[in-house]
Design a protein around this ligand. Structure first.
Ligand SMILES: [Zn+2]
Ligand SMILES: [Zn+2]
Length: 131
């Protein structure tokens, strides 16, 4: 029974992540899952997301100074993160040139996060400048 319930919760967590507009944190996924399944625990949501990311079924984004975010899309793509509001958007993937020196490492992957201002924040900062 417990196993069945866990599977159900896991599916719900993954489907909520898939519906999320953009790269929610584990806390945000938990808030959404809880609306549909009030018995789910915060630690279950955090554990399922972290396990699924470790298995490569979803992406986990490490962003400086912010909570990790999760992404249901695992096809290669780049991200851009707004330095003001933290919004993350997908960008098409472009292969970076391979480094001339790998420091003895076998390279397995690469993630690219651009930083900048999202359109809403750029409008805001233009407005502030005019004041
Ligand atoms: Zn922004
Ligand atoms: Zn993404």
């Amino acid at each position: 029974m417990a196993y069945k319930r866990n599977t159900h919760q896991k599916e719900l967590i993954l489907s909520v992540l898939g519906e999320a507009p953009c790269h929610p944190t584990a806390g945000e996924v938990y808030e959404r899952v809880r609306l549909r399944c009030p018995t789910v625990s915060r630690s279950t949501v955090f554990r399922v997301l972290s396990d699924q990311a470790a298995e490569g079924r979803i992406l986990r984004l490490h962003l400086d100074g912010e909570a990790d975010r999760y992404d249901a899309a695992t096809a290669p793509h780049c991200h851009v993160c707004c330095r003001r509001c933290g919004r993350v958007a997908d960008l098409p993937w472009t292969d970076p040139p391979p480094p001339a020196d790998t420091a003895g490492f076998t390279l397995e992957g690469c993630s690219v996060v651009y930083r900048g201002l999202c359109p809403a924040c750029r409008m805001d900062s233009n407005a502030e400048r005019r004041l």
